[in-house]
Write a protein that binds this ligand. Structure first.
Ligand SMILES: [Zn+2]
Length: 553
């Protein structure tokens, strides 16, 4: 039942050879490879409706989520997921042509291995690692899943009654981008659940894990969440010679950035794991040319990783920080203004500025109130226009989002300074089995696997609550779809239109999750590599054991 090393290697090399770079049509190569692999196997010849492609709706790259399923007895099912897109090969420089051929690449790396870090060079010289773009992240884990499923199919063909439960693999595109593949995969899971009355027990991802010690592996029983709030500050324009007649949005934004960048108040802590604190990924004012006036607006996006905070918590916490920063700027300006007036022997008075912070949804309401006859229609048309320009690659989602806020401002009568706070796609929910109601079997999974790996390989595996690399497991579980939908509706302009998350469907197929994958290093770098011993010997056995544990009595 455990696939042979040479079979896994063959699958892996073929999978890597599909240069399925994320957000390109090349992802289709990996999809076809996956389907071709199962197509000729006796099990899938006998059950042609047990595998297929689910196209991503309206996808400019024409990509699909591909899937395959073997059916045994009973209702219980385990879902394995992996992504088949890979990041670009820019950092391979002169070796770009070899990035997808592990053996040729290994040979060529000899020339430049002197420039590697000590660790990468030692690994390279040991011969114990497979190099190549996507081998580690994550066609390695994907190949193990495929090899196992084909073994299961073979067993069921021989003796259908001998296999308890069902195993599904989803192979998804776009993981390195917006996870459109996984969100489409949810549809497949929902349909299969309804069609075959499946009881989903566990979702297994096989992303590589990173070790702190050579002989200690890691299982993750959850996945970190990510949310991207944005801040749009509108000031009041003035000439640089008349600073107190205006309010520079840079001043307010600086206060907001200063109060949030790597601020641990925004970092969730669960047990002894903490989310890395937030950082600003984007920050700019929108002047096209230099002149002597202040900028009118400044825009920024903040990436917040979460362990248990909900979008609502993060958004309102940020809103409070914006109010605080705004208050401080006004106070400071009044203080400086008093000094200025004193220095010029004039009578000081208070400046007119007032703190004003709203959520994007409130701004929409205001525009509707100010222009009840025209706003809604114009807004709808603007969304359609922006959607088309995002699709055509003329505009990034971020730029389009801020253009939309500018557009709404054309319908606002109150042009006094204010801060608008909202959410930008993507949204990755945090998930962790330990915070959810779990059946006994799932509760015992870690101990079972720990004992198993110790007995079988003399190797310890520790348990970690959150896979911190951001993964598609984020969409394995949801119990508050209504609440999440309400806040996304109110604060994320593109939600439901340009960016879609099937929240209710995720809730309908919700299941606990785990990451069981091979040891890997240097994801996304030239020295990306996956550990041979895990790939060919250990991880297939552990993955099989995980599946059997969940499906057998
Ligand atoms: Zn990955």
């Amino acid at each position: 039942m455990i696939p042979k090393a040479e079979d896994i290697k063959k699958i892996l090399y073929g999978y890597i050879a599909c240069d399925s770079i994320s957000s390109t049509e090349k992802e289709q190569k990996a999809e076809n490879y996956f389907l071709d692999f199962f197509k000729d196997q006796p099990y899938f010849k006998a059950h042609p409706d047990h595998f297929g492609a689910e196209p991503i709706h309206d996808d400019p790259c024409g990509r699909s989520t591909v899937w395959a399923m073997v059916k045994g007895t009973g209702k219980d099912a385990v879902v394995c997921i992996h992504h088949h897109d890979v990041v670009t090969v820019e950092d391979f420089k002169s070796l770009k042509d070899l990035a997808f051929s592990p053996d040729e690449l290994e040979e060529a790396l000899a020339e430049i291995s002197d420039s590697f870090s000590d660790e990468a060079r030692e690994d390279y010289e040991s011969g114990g690692w497979i190099f190549g773009r996507g081998g580690c992240d994550m066609k390695g884990g994907g190949s193990i899943q495929m090899a196992l499923l084909s073994e299961y199919g073979r067993q069921i063909m021989e003796d259908p009654a001998s296999f308890k439960g069902h195993v599904i693999i989803l192979s998804v595109p776009d993981e390195e981008n917006l996870s459109a593949g996984m969100l489409t995969g949810i549809k497949v899971l929902k349909r299969l659940k309804e069609k075959y009355d499946l009881n989903y027990r566990l979702m297994i991802n096989s992303e590589p894990h990173q070790r702190k010690e050579k002989n200690t592996g890691i299982f993750s029983f959850g996945s970190i969440g990510k949310i991207m709030p944005y801040v749009y500050v509108r000031g009041c324009l003035a000439h640089a010679g008349k600073v107190f007649e205006g309010l520079n949005p840079a001043h307010v934004m600086a206060g907001i950035v200063r109060k949030t960048e790597v601020n641990m108040d925004f970092s969730d802590i669960i047990g002894n794991e903490a989310a890395p604190p937030p950082t600003w990924l984007y920050l700019r004012e929108n002047k096209e040319n230099y002149d002597v006036s202040m900028p009118l607006t400044i825009n920024g996006c903040l990436s917040v990783l979460t362990l248990n905070s909900q979008p609502r918590d993060v958004l309102y916490k940020l809103k409070d920080v914006c109010i605080e920063a705004f208050d401080e700027v006004i106070e400071d300006m009044n203080r400086q203004y008093a000094r200025f007036m004193e220095a010029t022997h004039r009578e000081p008075h208070k400046l007119p500025w007032k703190t004003h912070v709203v959520l994007f949804g409130d701004l929409i309401k205001e525009a509707r109130r100010d222009y009840p006859d025209t706003f809604d229609q114009a807004y709808k048309e603007e969304l359609i226009r922006l959607k088309a320009s995002i699709r055509a690659g003329e505009e990034s989602t971020i730029m389009a989002n801020f253009k939309l806020v500018d557009f709404v401002y054309d319908y606002i009568n109150d042009l006094s300074p204010r801060v608008v706070v909202g959410l930008m796609p993507p949204y990755y929910p945090n998930v962790y089995n330990g915070l959810n109601e779990q059946e006994e079997k799932v509760q015992g999974l870690y101990e079972y696997l720990r004992d198993f790996t110790e007995e079988t390989f003399g190797q310890t595996y520790v348990s970690e609550a959150y896979y911190t690399g951001i993964s598609d497991l984020s969409y394995s579980y949801m119990k508050n779809a209504d609440q999440v939908e309400a806040i996304l509706d109110h604060s994320m302009a593109f939600f439901g239109d340009i960016y879609h998350i099937p929240l209710k469907d995720i809730e309908a197929v919700s299941m606990p999750c785990v990451n069981v994958g091979p040891w890997g290093k240097d994801f996304h770098k030239l020295t990306e590599r996956v550990y041979k011993e895990d790939m060919y010997e250990r991880t297939p056995v552990i993955l099989n054991e995980t599946i059997r544990y969940m499906l057998n009595d």
